[in-house]
Each structure stands twice: as C-alpha cells, then as structure tokens.
Write a protein that binds this ligand. Structure first.
Ligand code: TEU
Length: 539
C-alpha cells in the first residue's frame, strides 16, 4: 500500500537526462557531469528554472560503449569521459541544493564483456567468476542450447571457443547476462547499489529488471508470428521468472534502510497487470508505464490507457507516465505531423496532468523532434543492423540545442551525434524568451501542478464522451478539483460531457492557446484548434 504520507516520487516530476547528449563541459563532444552541473539552474532552484523535482541520469559508469553506457564494465566508478567521483559528489550536492533529487540508471541484467567479472569468467570453466554468467553446453547434435533470440538481432547464445560452451546475452554479444541464480552475483550487485546510496543518490532506474532471471532449465520459448526473431517468440522462459519477486524484495529492503529513496523499473515487454505485480512495499516504487508510447494520436487510445493504468494499479501501485525516452522516436516526431509545436503543448498537458509521476525526456520541453540521420551517421547497433527497416535510436538521442551559437552551445568540440539543422531557431534560449513557446508552457504547467494538489493527487475521472477529437477529465482531490480539456486536432471541437457540470465553479488555470476558444457550458466544452486547458475549482 502507498503510505498515507505523500512521497516526493509521487508528487514530483522526473526529468530524464540522457547524459551524453545533455551538456558537454570539457569539449570532447560528449555530455558529462560538469556540463550537467553547469545546467542545474536550468532545471530547478531559480525563479526562471523549468521546475523539475528530480533527474534520472542515463548510465555514467565506465563502459566500452557498445550499447552507449548500457554495457557497464565497473559498477562503482564514473566513466572518466563523464567526470570523476568528485564531480559526482558535487552533482549530488549541487542538485540537492536546488531541490533536485538524483536517480541513477542501474544495468543489472548484463555487464560489458570487458567487465573484469566476465573477463575472468571466460578464462576457464573453473574460474571464480564462471558461474556469475550463464554458460551452457550446446545441444547434443550441436548448436546453441535453446531457441532464445537476442533483442538486438540474431541468437542469444555466443559460442566461446576457448572454453567450449555458449554464454547467454539477451542484448549484444558484448553484453553477457549475469546469472542472478548465483547468490554471489546478487550480493555484489546489492553492494554496488549500497555504494551509490551511501554517496547520497535518491534512487534508481532499473534497466530491463524483469529479464534478470532466466528459467533454470532453459527450455525453448514457444514461437509465434513476428517481424524480427525476438518478436517471433512468447517470452515465457527468458523474462518474468518467479525469482524476480524475492530479488526485488531484497533490493527494496536495502533501499528502505535509507530515507526517501525511490526506484523505477524498466519493464520489458510491458503489460500493466504484470507491471503492477512488481510494485508495492516489497517491490519497486514504480514500474514504467509505456502505454503512452505505443498509442496513436487518438484521445480514445490515451483515455483507455489512463483508465487501464489506474485500474491495474489501484491497490498497491503508483502510476507513472512517459511519452518519450532514449529508446523510442520522440513523441513530437511520432505525433506532430504538420503541427509539431501545437502537438507538443497538447501532449505536455496530457502528460503533466495525470495521477502519476510524469517522466520528461530532455528536449521534449522545447518540442524537440528526432534528428534526421543518414545511414553513415548511425552508430546504434540495432540501427546499423536493421537499417532502413529500423533506424535505431540515434535520432532520438540528439544533442540538446541550448542556443544558437556554435554547435547549439552543446559543446565547444564536435558533437558525438549530429545536431538538428534548425537549432538556430529551435533552441532553449529562444524558447525561454518566448512566452508562447513549448518551454514556457511546460514551465507554467509544472508550476500549476506544484500549487494544485488535485493535479498531483486527485482521482482521475473521464468527463467527455469518447471522441476521436479530444479528451476532457477531472482530477478530484478532497480540497479541490482540476478540469483538463484537450483538443488533439487542428480544427475547433466540442466535447460533450458524460455528466453535467456547473461552469461558474471553474476558473481558468492555464491555456495552451490563450487567444483561442475554451468555453465551458454545463454539458460540453468548446475548444479551439490544439487547445489544451486546465480549469481549477476549490472544494
Ligand atoms: O532497453 C530495453 C529495451 O526494451 C530496448 O532495448 C528496446 O527493445 C530497444 O531499444 C529497441 O531497439 C534497455 C535500455 O533502455 C536500452 O537503452 C538498452 O539498450 C537495453 O536496455 C540494454 O541494456
């Protein structure tokens, strides 16, 4: 059960810093910790800040970067390209001074093949770390132990000629899976977690946590139709094994030794009901709800997703919402069409007025779309493998355009990924000066959310009848209510209500399109093109 006192991770908004692309402090073209520290005022702590409550930093640990930080070679150090442990301590102190909590990204399903544990494991079948990874003999007639596939393409088993066995890797062959059945592995990972807790981090995002365990007998997965090898299987033996629950309880026990720590799990192959099973006092604080990321730009789909999340999590979970992250095309690119700026604002209102913790992906606050890239500019392994069917994740990981200076003021060197060509006009500085920008709307929404308990905690109740044009709902808290109405379309709409309201009770809190209609009547609201409004009422 959620404790009766509200925790920061329920009330707050978490900003996802993809570190490599956020701000470069030393001119090597890669974002880093000093660069992030220099931009903390942007995030919170001054009257002109965006106003977020926490940051989640993508992996900042030493890594050979086969999967850009998601292949870790040392869990208790900072990659020198991102800074030092001193920089990290400074980040925590400076962030806390501004009211920003810091979450780290723990990649515990696999290590890098350069991690000393794996380097040792592959020296011989009897090496001390051999059993820290998943080694199997081939099938009697030859070939890999079972039919499992790698997410990034090809088989999930790699033959190791030196020791004559296969090892398992759910992702790249340079990302061997850890053997969670081995108690020494669990202990080592808990120790790494403790290391960061002791340094003052406020919590963690757990990478593909529900893939930590594999079935101990390694049976074949049943097959089905699908595009890629990985999609042609029912993942019943390589994810969601029952051992996950005690493992999470153990991790939670450690987190609870420290006050106000939080965890959010990245669930793999999402399903809200299964996700809910991992939440609660003996599990994770939150599990990512990716429902918004695979919806069409259709209010009926989003309305259903919200109701589903609420329903499945009612008792012992707290919802969270995300529109974009480092693995997916940015939502302005997915939905924006010919109206990216308008859609950015409607989407922001949708994300930031839910009952549940919103995650904001860096750049979305300026309505940043993906960066169009050519084949020769792609560095992400699945993009290189599947181009042009799948272009990988580089386009949605572009450097943050801070200003109109050289390299958009992201770096004084040469950025690791290309910038968008339009950074001269589409950048943070320009949007902060413009009261009509996506940035100003995000900041205003975040402020309104902060001072309106109903927006953070109120129950969700759909107000409008199902419509392909828009969505209206109320958020109902003991001392006040909020009414949110969104027009998803480029034409005016009228949204009919399921039950009548008293229009005079409500006062306008915020409008995405101040000069366009937002007229409340007892049984409907009329909204101008791409209008998004929040009305407030007390009592
Ligand atoms: O992602 C897991 C995951 O679901 C993605 O790999 C997704 O399938 C992929 O992006 C589609 O191409 C996590 C991290 O978020 C991702 O960045 C890592 O690459 C991956 O784990 C391996 O650590």
């Amino acid at each position: 059960m959620i404790s009766p006192e509200w925790e920061w991770w329920q009330d707050g908004v978490i900003y996802h810093v993809y570190l490599r692309s956020f701000a470069d402090g030393n001119g090597d073209g890669l974002g880093d910790l000093p660069g992030l520290i220099a931009r903390l005022d942007y995030l919170n702590g001054t009257p002109d800040s965006l106003g977020v409550d926490a940051i989640w930093i993508s992996p900042c640990f030493p890594s050979p970067d086969r999967d850009y930080g998601y292949d870790v070679s040392d869990y208790t150090a900072i990659d020198p390209r991102y800074g030092s442990l001193d920089d990290f301590d400074r980040l925590i102190a400076e962030a806390h001074r501004r009211g920003i909590r810091v979450l780290l990204d723990l990649v515990y399903n696999h290590t890098s093949d350069q991690h000393p544990w794996f380097v040792d494991a592959r020296t011989s079948r009897t090496s001390p770390h051999r059993d820290w990874y998943v080694w199997r003999d081939g099938r009697p007639g030859g070939g890999p132990p079972n039919n499992w596939q790698s997410v990034f393409g090809g088989k999930a088993w790699e033959w190791d000629p030196a020791t004559g066995q296969y090892y398992y890797h759910m992702f790249l062959r340079e990302q061997p899976d850890l053997n969670w059945h081995n108690p020494e592995v669990r202990r080592a990972l808990l120790e790494a977690t403790r290391f960061w807790l002791e340094r003052g981090v406020d919590g963690f995002r757990l990478d593909v946590f529900n893939a930590w365990y594999e079935h101990a007998d390694y049976p074949d997965n049943p097959t089905k139709l699908g595009l890629r090898g990985f999609d042609r299987q029912h993942h019943i033996y390589d994810v969601d094994q029952p051992e996950m629950h005690p493992a999470l309880a153990e991790l939670r026990g450690l987190l609870d030794l420290y006050p106000q720590r939080a965890s959010v799990g990245e669930i793999f192959i999402a399903d809200p009901v299964r996700a809910a099973s991992y939440c609660g006092d003996r599990g994770l604080h939150m599990v990512f709800n990716f429902e918004f990321t695979h919806r069409r730009w259709d209010p009926r789909a989003f309305g259903a997703a919200i109701e589903r999340a609420d329903r499945s999590l009612a008792a012992d979970g707290w919802p969270c919402y995300v529109l974009s992250n480092h693995d997916l095309p940015r939502h302005v690119t997915r939905y924006g069409g010919r109206h990216p700026h308008e859609v950015a604002r409607v989407a922001a209102a949708l994300l930031l007025t839910q009952r549940g913790t919103p995650f904001v992906y860096y750049g979305e606050e300026i309505g940043l779309p993906d960066v169009p890239l050519r084949r020769d500019q792609i560095v992400d392994p699945p993009g290189r493998r599947y181009w042009p069917i799948y272009k990988g994740r580089d386009p949605n990981r572009g450097p943050m355009p801070w200003g109109s200076g050289r390299n958009a003021d992201f770096t004084s060197g040469s950025p690791w990924l290309p910038l968008r060509r339009d950074f001269g006009t589409l950048n943070v500085d320009a949007q902060r000066r413009d009261p009509r920008s996506a940035w100003s709307f995000y900041r205003d929404l975040l402020r309104l959310r902060r001072v309106t308990p109903a927006l953070r905690r109120g129950e969700f109740q759909r107000l409008s009848r199902p419509s392909r044009d828009g969505l209206a709902y109320v958020r109902i808290a003991p001392g006040g209510q909020a009414l949110v109405a969104l027009n998803f379309r480029a034409a005016p709409v009228r949204l009919e209500f399921e039950h009548p309201i008293e229009p005079s009770d409500w006062s306008l809190g915020l409008a995405a399109q101040p000069e366009r209609a937002a007229a409340l009547t007892p049984d409907a609201i009329a909204l101008g093109a791409f209008q998004a409004v929040v009305f407030i009422r007390s009592g």
